[in-house]
Design a binder for this molecule. Structure first.
Ligand code: ADP
Ligand code: MG
Length: 539
């Protein structure tokens, strides 16, 4: 009973039109129609409401409150200090680098940085949290009231960018928990505390999104921002970026509905699928007279369904209390910077602001303005780590129009990378190699088909330069006027019908003769020369 396509918001309609949702919706489609028919009203006009809580693992070598190292897939329990294991008598020491990273992230997300934030204990009873509470900043976080601009890809060819904005409610510093590992027989649980105490930023977004596509696009943009800042590697598969999606539905103009929270989604694709499924599930429940529970759900990527985990109905009491072992976190700016303090020991917002790198959105704008490339191409460049730099280096090293360079980068270079599942820094073609090739093409020393051939040869990574390949494979254009004249003469003599057509004024047929010359020379005749010679001879 999915709502009729026209009743969804613009972007959901787009999702449906693209077929992404249709597979998920088959089980609900029929009943929506009948519900609308029964009372004749526009009952099925539902909107999804989505708010995300993103846990981003801070790129720090050590944990938030202890000196233990942080490393993915180290031997279990090899990175555990006494504090991480909650031994009595241990005390936390705040990692300054983590604070700076959170402040930098807050600035990049247009937040207000709280000059004084506080740490609280949030009580849970889980085996992988031996101390029985998580130190977090839910009540007085380091950054508040920000925003993240992102774009939604729409249109038939996904080349229309719809600008969107999601408000950031807050960014808080908190500790990660350990990991519980269950054995195959289901009889034992093993605990690995390597992750216990690793610094996280929880980035809480306001419920400003309305479908899976929007949420996935927002998370993708956030990932790019964090990677540009270097505050989080953002590798979702390694759990460095974990997303909880809060989902509800309502009819436009009415208050928001009760929300369910789909926990711990670790891929953007699954996030979109989980949210779209959850929206449709909730519509189905409501249309059939049911109630949405304020519950925690998990996404099963095999079935594409969300499943109830535990209900939040009797709202869990976390017994928040101030963390007595940590003083309030005080951050300064140039104005408030105290005179008698060691600058090494405190954080200065203005200092961090000066170090902000170019953010993805600014980078895209600059690429479009500076090089005249299409907006959609700027997205493709920024999405691939290292590709902007590759492109700009090639443009710098050639006389070729950037619009031509972008064609080679996207249609040839990136396509080959994807085909071979490689990253830009693993490619066999370097910017200077591609520049040399494009310069040969620009100077009309090779044809474009020969250039493609040279490109594939370069990709083999045998250490040959474009010039060497052109020489070895005799791919250079024939510029010899006399030789070309002879070939043109032969072609003219061999095609009397075409010649007479041209002489009667149909100059379009000239292309056929040019094609013949290229056939004879295996595409190596200099095209402008050939055209000039033929025109002169036939005039
Ligand atoms: P809590 O204090 O219960 O954690 P918050 O107000 O902090 O609730 O919101 C937690 C998350 O839930 C936020 O990401 C927010 O955007 C989202 N959220 C709040 N209300 C709704 C709703 N009606 N539908 C979907 N998401 C919501
Ligand atoms: Mg919450």
């Amino acid at each position: 009973m999915a709502p009729p396509i026209t009743d969804l918001c613009a972007c959901c309609r787009n999702v449906l039109a693209n077929g992404t949702l249709s597979r998920l919706t088959t089980f609900v489609r029929g009943s929506a129609r009948s519900a609308t028919k029964r009372d004749g009203s526009n009952k099925s006009k539902w909107m999804g409401v989505v708010g995300l809580e993103v846990h981003a693992q801070l790129c720090s070598n050590s944990k938030l409150f202890s000196g233990s190292r942080v490393q993915f897939s180290a031997p279990p329990n090899s990175l555990v200090s006494f504090l991480d294991a909650s031994l009595p008598g241990t005390l936390p020491v705040l990692n300054k680098y983590c604070v700076e990273a959170a402040v930098m992230t807050g600035l990049a997300l247009n937040c207000t940085i709280n000059k004084k934030s506080k740490f609280d204990r949030k009580h849970y009873f889980y085996a992988d949290l031996p101390v029985g509470y998580q130190v977090t900043q839910q009540r007085c976080p380091v950054a508040i009231n920000g925003s993240l601009a992102y774009s939604l890809c729409a249109g038939k060819n996904r080349n229309c960018m719809i600008p969107k904005l999601v408000r950031i409610k807050q960014i808080q510093l908190e500790q990660d928990s350990g990991k519980s590992l269950h054995d195959d027989a289901g009889t034992h649980t093993l605990i690995d505390l390597n992750r216990a105490g690793v610094g996280l930023m929880e980035i809480v977004m306001e419920p400003d999104m309305c479908c899976g596509d929007e949420a996935a696009a927002a998370v993708r943009e956030l990932q790019l921002v964090l990677q540009a800042l270097g505050t989080c590697h953002g590798n979702m598969a390694e759990g460095q970026l974990r997303v909880d999606a809060n989902v509800s539905v309502h009819r436009p103009g009415e208050p928001y509905g009760v929300r369910a929270e789909v926990k711990n989604i670790n891929s953007a694709r699954f996030l979109a699928r989980a949210i779209d499924y959850e929206i449709l599930r909730q519509i189905d429940v409501l249309e059939n007279g049911g109630k949405i529970l304020n519950e925690t759900r998990a996404f099963d990527y095999k079935t594409g369904h969300t499943i109830s985990m535990r209900d939040k109905e009797g709202k869990q009491d976390y017994r928040f209390m101030p963390e007595p072992n940590l003083p309030p976190l005080v951050i300064y700016d140039n104005e408030t910077f105290p005179p008698n303090v060691n600058p090494q020991q405190v954080v200065n917002i203005d200092h961090i602001r000066e170090q902000l790198p170019e953010l993805p959105n600014d980078k895209r704008k600059r690429l479009v303005e500076k090089y005249g490339i299409l907006a959609e191409h700027s997205f493709t460049l920024v999405n691939e780590d290292g590709l902007v730099q590759f492109f700009e280096t090639v443009v710098e090293q050639t006389q070729v129009n950037p619009k031509k360079v972008i064609g080679w980068i996207i249609n040839d270079f990136l396509a080959l990378l994807k085909q071979n599942n490689l990253r830009v820094n693993q490619s066999f073609i370097s910017p200077p190699a591609l520049s040399e090739l494009l310069n040969l093409l620009e100077k009309e020393l090779i044809s474009s088909s020969a250039a493609k051939q040279v490109f594939l040869e370069l990709w083999k990574g045998e250490g040959k330069t474009a010039v060497q390949i052109v020489e070895e494979k005799e791919l250079g254009l024939i510029q010899d006027h006399k030789k070309l004249e002879q070939i043109c003469q032969c072609v003219i003599e061999g095609h009397p019908a075409e010649v007479s057509e041209i002489q009667q004024g149909n100059w379009k047929v000239l292309n056929k003769l040019i094609g013949q010359v290229q056939r004879v020379t295996h595409g190596r005749a200099a095209p402008t020369l050939v055209k000039a010679i033929l025109e002169k001879k036939l005039a």
